[in-house]
Design a protein around this ligand. Sequence first.
Ligand code: ADP
Length: 450
Amino acid sequence: MNWLLPRFVLAALAVVAGVFFGHWVGRLLHLPFLSEALSAAIAVVALVIVDAVRGHRLLQWLRGPQLDAAPRDAGIWGELGYRVERAVRERDKVIASERLQLEQFLSAIDASPNGVLMLDAQDHIHWCNRVAADHFSLDPVRDLRQRVTNLLRSPAFVSFLHTESYETPLLLSNVRGFGTLSVVVKRYGDGMKLVLSQDITERERSDAMRRDFVANVSHEIRTPLTVLAGFIETMLSLPLTVAERTRVLTLMGQQTDRMQGLVSDLLTLAQLEGSPRPTADRWLGLDALLARINSDAVALSGGRHQLKVQLDTQVELAGVESELLSAAANLVNNAVRYTPAGGEIDVSWRELGDGSGELCVSDTGLGIAREHLPRLTERFYRVDGSRSRETGGTGLGLSIVKHVMHRHGGELQIESEPGKGSKFRLALPAIRVRHVGEPALGVEAANAPR
Ligand code: ADP
């Protein structure tokens, strides 16, 4: 009510001014009866003019964007202006906070790893995040308000969008031509639709790998089992001579060895995948490891090859002995199995300038064609399946080697040429290599798991 007093004061001033002016005009014109009427009229006019000016100023401010303060007039107009300005500022604050919330919400959806596409009741694009734009090759700005089916013309997508029930997700090949998308639609609001997309290429690939793996293992086990079953049946149904019996039992033993080899390699792979990475503080002598590899190779080759194994490296390696032994033994084993009699097999250690080193197993055997090289470390991948099986191979050897090297921060490098031979290198980082008697690298570095 603090506008009331100025208003009374103003009215009183207008009346006083009207009385003086009316009295003066009345005397001037010698019409004293006019003075009262004039004074009242002047007071009213003065009040109306002041009100009109103040009201106009407030109206002007209200018509504008209300960025500056409302006119600070005294009286009711000032109070009105102040109240309206306060209401406007409160509304602006609410709008700004809601806008901020909306922006945060949209940027959260934008950061989602899944695609989000909002469609109105007529399937016009209302909004989409960057992932959806990428999945469906849309432009998040240019394509807004476009009908989605004009841009995504895949018949599968169009008919899916128009079905009544979206219970099963649609599997769609990525519009850019590679990979698979899983698309889900949810209805919301008044006929609006939310299209959610997820890139499931990796999941599909690992599912396919798992299926292939199970199929491969079953196949590898079924073959020797069938052979064993056949032999057992033969032994049960036919009277065999001692020589025949010995031959059948020998063949049965070979099949059992094959299955044992397979199960043992599968267990090794599972162990490698399931155990933590080896630390770099357990040192083992490379020469002792090479000596064991040498004696195994000599036994396996049975004098058919010229074997040369470097036994005086004076080097120590950091890692898990059984794993490094298994990796090197697998390579030497392969060299013996894939090198015809009379060929050369060479195992040597080489140090590189940066302190790292590599164990190189080279042979003058069959060699491998270039197109097979990238796939050699895949499980059960074989260039020559029959030779691999005949020589007791499981198809898992190089896969194990790759895993071991990866766990030790190193890598398996392969060079080969058909008819000339192959070179397999186990490259280890400097942190895992030292000379006998040399202090280890910095304690911190050496303790770091690699
Ligand atoms: P396998 O048990 O069949 O030997 P690996 O994983 O050890 O399985 O090797 C995969 C394939 O790579 C082998 O089947 C063979 O065809 C090829 N291979 C491996 N080492 C050699 C080599 N030294 N010379 C020629 N081919 C090789």
